[in-house]
Write a protein that binds this ligand. Structure first.
Ligand SMILES: [Zn+2]
Length: 168
């Protein structure tokens, strides 16, 4: 497989939207880990977001379908579970698109077991800002929204409900 083909394959794979968050792509979310050629086959590696997220199968199907249509005859979609996906992998562009769609992007993920960061600050529960007016005066109205990865909030300033993509 020539380099130009691989570049095209990467562009096609990166443009696949997330089925539950169609305003962002798998590249925006950091789900797309790698697109590589192996023995003439195309191997796409993805990492699932929230555990048990049913969107993964749909994403794999969409990746295979789009790449086959572009002429890549043999496409394998691999799932890499380690390292585990973190909402910190969502790109700045992803945050911008989420906010533009009225969805509050996640805060920085909680610290995982492992190397202890050199910080003495207490764990902060930062307010979730309203993606419409930017007010920090918001209230969580439901722990789960249409999908488990989102919580429902209401802005006390503009009174609009909005969804918050949970940090993980
Ligand atoms: Zn508001």
């Amino acid at each position: 497989m020539v380099t130009a083909d691989l570049r095209t394959a990467r562009e096609i794979a990166a443009a696949v939207p997330d089925p539950e968050l169609p305003m962002v792509t798998v590249a925006d979310l950091g789900i797309l880990r790698d697109v590589a050629a192996e023995d003439g086959r195309l191997v796409v590696t993805i990492t699932p977001t929230y555990s048990g997220c049913p969107a993964l199968r749909e994403i794999a199907h969409d990746l295979r379908h789009r790449l086959r249509q572009a002429g890549f005859a043999e496409v394998t979609v691999r799932t890499a579970l380690a390292p585990a996906w973190s909402s910190d992998w969502i790109t700045a562009e992803g945050h911008r698109k989420l906010r533009a769609a009225g969805l509050a992007p996640p805060h920085a993920a909680p610290t995982r077991p492992g190397p202890v960061p050199l910080t003495l600050t207490a764990i902060r529960h930062e307010p979730v800002e309203c993606p419409r007016c930017g007010s920090a005066d918001t209230t969580q109205t439901a722990a789960f929204s249409a999908t488990a990865c989102k919580a429902l909030f209401r802005c006390e300033t503009c009174l609009e409900p909005f969804e918050y993509l949970k940090e993980i």
